[in-house]
Every structure is written in C-alpha cells, then in structure tokens.
Design a protein around this ligand. Structure first.
Ligand code: GZL
Length: 631
C-alpha cells in the first residue's frame, strides 16, 4: 500500500511540476492536455507519444483524446511530440515512463524503427495502445487504426464507378511512400482499378508527399493531366496541391480529384469536398474515442480487450458530407434500454463452441440484453430459418456465426431490407459485393495468424535431419472461414520451409468423431508414416489421439500433434504428454460482442473488424497455465 501511495504521490508531483513549468523537460515537451489540471482523484496517468503535432490528423487525435479524457476524472494524459524524429520518440517514451505513466498510447513515427521499443515497454508490463500505424507481430496490448489497404480500394472502386463502363484516364500521384500507410493505400487503389478494368492509369512520381510537390508535379504534367478524367492523391495534404494546380490549369470542370484522409478543418478533405474542389475523399478514422474507451478497460483490468480494432473508413461526397459530419460528431446515447438480439449460432460441435455459447449467454445478461439464440447443428439452412424468424420477431440486432463463408447474400439482403443491423461473430462471410454493407462489423480471431503460429511452432520445435517431415492436416468443416484461413496461414509458413510437406488432408468437421474418422480412414489405406498432425481444432485432435492409441501409435512420440483452440481439454492432453502444442482461439468474446451491440444501438460507428487477443501454448508451459484457463 505504501508503495502505491508513493507512486501516486510521485505521479501527482510530476504532473503538477510539468503543468506548472510547461517547458521542455528532458527533450519531452509536456503539453498539459486537460485544463482541469487541478483534477482530483487522478488514479491513472496515460502517456501519449505522438509522431508529430504538425499534421492535421495528429492534432485531431490529440483533440479527441483530450475531449474523452475531460469526461473522466480518473485519468490524466500527458503528451510528447516526437516532431517526426524516431530517436526523439524513443526518448519521449523513456521520459513518459520516467514520469510513472500507467499506460502508453503511441502513434509511431516509423513502425519498423519503433517496434523494438514498443515491445520493450509492453514486455515491461506497461499496457501499450498502438494507433494508426500497425507494428508487425503482436507485442502490444491493442492496435486501433484504419485498414489503409481498404481505404485505397474504396477510392479505386469509387473512381471506377464514377467513370462507368466506358472507363477513362486516371492519374495517380505515387511518390515512394515514406510510410507503410501510403504504400498500403496505393496498393489497395491499384488493385481496385485493375479489377474494374478499362481504366488507363498513369503514375506521376512525387519527390515528397507534400502539397507543394503535388502542385508542382501536376503543373509539370500538364500534357497528361489535360487528357485525364480523374487525379487520385492518397492524402489530404497532397490533394490540396492537386486542386490548386488543376485550378491553375483551368481544368476544374473536366478533371475530378479524389483523395484519402477526409479530415475536418480548413482545406482538409471534408472542406474541399464541401467546396466542390474534391469529388470524394475516403475518410481515415482517428480512433481517439476508442483509444480512451479501451484504455479505461485495460486500466480497470476488464477481460476481453481485443488485440486489434480496425476502424471503418467512409467515402465522403458532397451529398453525404452533413451525414458524415453528424456521425463523426455524434455523442453515443446509450440509454441502457433492453436490446433484443437474435443470435444464429453454428451449433454444439465442439468444446470451443460450448464455451463460446456460454460466454455469449452470460454477457447478454450482464449487458441487459434480451438474447434469443438458435443453434443450427452446423446447417446453413437452419441458420437461414433462424435469421428469418428473427426478422419476423423484430429484433434490434441480428448476430450470426456462419457455418460456412458463402451463400449469405440473399438472406442478409432481407435483413437489411428489414432495417436490422447484422454483426458477424466468431466467423465471417464472403459476400458477392462488399459495397452493399450487409454487415456492420466482424468480431473474432485472426484465423490466418493461428495457422501461421501452428506452422512456426512446428518449424521451431520439430526438426528432422534425415527425411522430409510428413504432415497430416485434419480440417474443420468445408467452407468455414476458420478452415479456409487456418489452412492458408499454415501453408504460408510451410512454403518457407521445404523440409515439411502436407501429404494428407481430410475434413473432420471440428468434431471428436471427425478426428477419429480421419485417422481411421488413413490407416485403412496406409502404414502409419505421418510425423506431424496439424488439426484445425482440439476436438478433432483428441479424437485422432484416441484412434492413434487404439492402433498402438504413441501420440507426441511416434507423431507430434498441433491443434487450435487451446481448450482446457487440450491443456489436459498436453499435461498427459499426448498433445504437443495448442494455438489459442479465444471463444470468450461475449463481453466484446455485447459491448459492440450496445455501441451499435447507441449510434456509434462500428469498426470494420475487432480481432481477439490470442497466444500459443505447448507442453513446456501447460502445467503453469492449466489452472488459469477460463474455457
Ligand atoms: C473458431 C471457431 C471454430 C473452433 C472450433 O472461431 O469457429 O469452430 O476452432 C469450432 O472448435 O467448432
């Protein structure tokens, strides 16, 4: 207790000192965020390391963080401005930690160069919220930011639709992007333009991603520009230079300009669209509100904080500027009323599913939500029936965990026509046309990463110096997103390691009996020659283990077994020395799901995706963790 008081007193002293002198302290400029510096009862200090404070977007983030902090007396934030310099940002982080912060929010100058520092802070036990630019890997508490590839795709798709079936001439400003986000936007843009077909794309290289460079480049390319229909720039900053040059060339009536960012403020995207100088801007969501929301959850040690929240971007045109501004400025008005949710659940095929259902039912009660769940016994037809019954029932929200990825367009169009929003939970769907916005958000795991983690563990822990390792893959049910994506992620890493090969694959439908069947069928036609089994879930792995033992084959000795889910039954099998490794797929998504339902009903814009936090376990740690497992 004494230690706690001492820490808090130190924090308050530091904060008051910083607020009083407000000067450069050790290279870290403390900018008092809150005017209510005499805040009583500040229990947590949040350090904000901002890449720079000159870009409009970054100032907007600080403003959002400030506004959200003002609403909560328990927290105080202090911000350091790295002025775009990597070494200064590293020094800023050290200074903020020296002030005794309880949590770090960082928007890195350079994702790669800050990655190790972010990992160091995260590993030290200080929660880290990474914003805007995602570092590789998962050594942080949560990432909140846009999907820049999607932002670029949205711009490309909009331009293709603007030009129509006759296509046209499009100029894209494509400097050598100094940021990953610029490269991702260009990549998404190009993919959408190529997919549309019939569009002549001319790339103009910029010397820098600035307004002036864009202006000069467009003027210099007058000959090309005067034959073009659209110019695309992937930031507001560059777009202003393009608009000025197009005006200078007297081409405003002919050449349309489209960009990304959609920031508020003078000469920013929304402003330029309102003035008719930009035809459209694809918004880059800021995330300050979400950052403080999740910071409070983390500081309050709430369970279920996701690993990634991918924020939604919108195509803003003159006709919908008012609607978008209203959305951006909307205050969530969760009146706490009882919400009715219709949930179409896959079935009861596995221990994972049972834990998932339990988590959802318990959280519905906690969040004052009237849950009507229908189990489909892995039948898509039964899911359609359940969804149509929810429409008739007039529920407020429909949640679907789809047994397979495809075939959902018709029934989801019926739901949309009924004005009921849809959340995809646990698994996602693949739709014919993503622009129909038939679903609001996806909440679940990164199945590709689960597959990669399984194969990375095999690569790092199971080697052979005298023969190619034979792998048997026991797959979930055909067409399910975890089946497709775990297999893809696994093969992505497998392709980098030639001493392994998948020599046999079969479906086990995520069930215990399915796992037994795959091994039984194999043994009917082969002598056992498999070195490794990769099972898409624990139930099939445990069924396979039973069949192996029945045939005198020793699990984890004669064959290593790696599975996904990491249920308590998997931990027990690892402790028994039968299962070799379990990649976690967290079924306890009830709290996040019900928070998303309440956010949706309260008018908040939903993220594109909310990705759960997951680890990997093997026999070396199974004993340590088994007592802590919650499913
Ligand atoms: C994954 C989930 C899968 C589990 C299986 O999110 O959809 O379905 O891995 C379950 O155990 O049957």
């Amino acid at each position: 207790m004494i230690g706690f008081i001492r820490k808090k007193w130190r924090q308050i002293c530091v904060l008051l000192a910083a607020l009083c002198i407000g000067t450069i302290v050790g290279g870290c400029h403390i900018i008092p965020i809150s005017d209510s510096s005499s805040k009583k009862g500040v229990s947590s200090i949040i350090g904000v390391s901002q890449a720079n404070m000159r870009e409009e977007w970054r100032m907007a983030l600080i403003d959002e963080l400030k506004a959200e902090t003002e609403k909560n007396d328990d927290i105080q934030i202090i911000t350091a401005d790295a002025t775009g310099i990597v070494n200064k940002q590293i020094q800023d982080i050290d200074n903020l930690i020296g002030y005794g912060i309880d949590l770090l929010i960082i928007s890195p100058c350079n994702e790669k160069k800050l990655q190790d520092k972010i990992k160091e802070v995260y590993d030290s036990g200080i929660p880290v919220i990474v914003m805007d630019r995602a570092v590789e890997g998962f050594d942080y508490t949560i990432y909140i930011g846009p999907d820049n590839e999607v932002i670029g795709q949205q711009a490309g798709t909009y331009i293709a639709e603007l030009l129509g079936e006759n296509g046209g001439n499009v100029v894209v400003l494509s400097s050598r992007p100094t940021s990953i986000q610029g490269a991702e936007r260009l990549s998404g843009f190009r993919s959408a333009i190529y997919e549309a077909g019939g569009i002549n794309l001319t790339e103009l290289s910029l010397v820098a991603e600035t307004k002036d460079a864009a202006y000069d480049t467009v003027l210099a390319a007058k000959g090309i520009v005067k034959n073009s229909d659209v110019i695309f720039a992937y930031s507001d900053n560059m777009a202003l230079g393009v608009c000025d040059a197009v005006r200078e060339l007297g081409l405003e009536d002919q050449v349309k300009v489209v960009d990304c960012d959609g920031f508020k403020g003078e000469d920013e995207g929304i402003d330029l669209v309102s003035e008719g100088r930009l035809k459209a801007t694809v918004s880059c969501p800021i995330g300050g509100k979400e950052a403080i929301d999740y910071a409070l959850s983390i500081l309050n040690h709430e369970s279920g904080v996701p690993k990634q929240v991918i924020l939604r971007s919108n195509v803003i045109v003159k006709e919908n500027v008012a609607e978008n501004l209203a959305r951006i400025n909307a205050k969530s008005n969760d009146d706490g009323r009882k919400i009715k949710v219709g949930y179409s659940q896959v079935g009861q095929e596995s221990n994972w599913r049972l834990a998932n259902t339990k988590s959802i039912e318990e959280s519905a009660a906690d969040f004052n939500i009237d849950l009507h769940m229908e189990n489909a016994d892995q039948s898509q037809e039964k899911q359609f029936e359940a969804i149509r019954s929810f429409i008739k029932e007039g529920v407020d929200v429909i949640v679907v965990s789809p047994v397979v990825e495809t075939g959902w367009d018709e029934v989801l169009r019926e739901v949309k026509a009924a004005g009921i929003p849809v959340i995809m939970s646990d698994r996602n769907v693949r739709l014919e046309n993503n622009e129909e916005n038939l679903t609001t958000t996806y909440l679940g795991a990164d199945f590709m990463e689960e597959g990669r983690r399984a194969m990375r563990w095999i690569r790092d822990n199971i080697q052979s110096d005298d023969h190619e390792m034979k792998i048997m893959e026991i797959m979930g049910n055909e067409g399910a997103s975890p089946t497709e994506e775990r297999g893809k992620g696994f093969r992505e890493i497998l392709a980098e390691n030639t001493s392994y090969n998948i020599t046999y694959s079969d479906y086990g439908d995520f069930t215990f009996e399915g796992g037994k069947k795959v091994v039984r069928e194999y043994l009917k036609r082969h002598e056992w020659d498999i070195d490794i089994i990769f099972s898409h879930n624990d139930d099939m792995a445990l069924g396979a283990i039973e069949e192996l033992k029945k045939n005198g084959i020793k699990p984890d000795e004669d064959v290593k077994i790696v599975s996904v889910d990491a249920t308590i039954e998997a931990f027990e099998a690892m402790v028994r020395g039968e299962l070799s490794c379990a990649v976690e797929c967290n079924p306890i998504i009830g709290p996040q799901l019900m928070k998303a339902v309440r956010d949706l009903i309260s008018g908040k814009q939903m993220p594109f995706r909310i990705i759960t936090d997951e680890k990997i376990y093997d026999q070396s740690v199974a004993e340590d963790y088994i007592s802590k497992r919650r499913y």
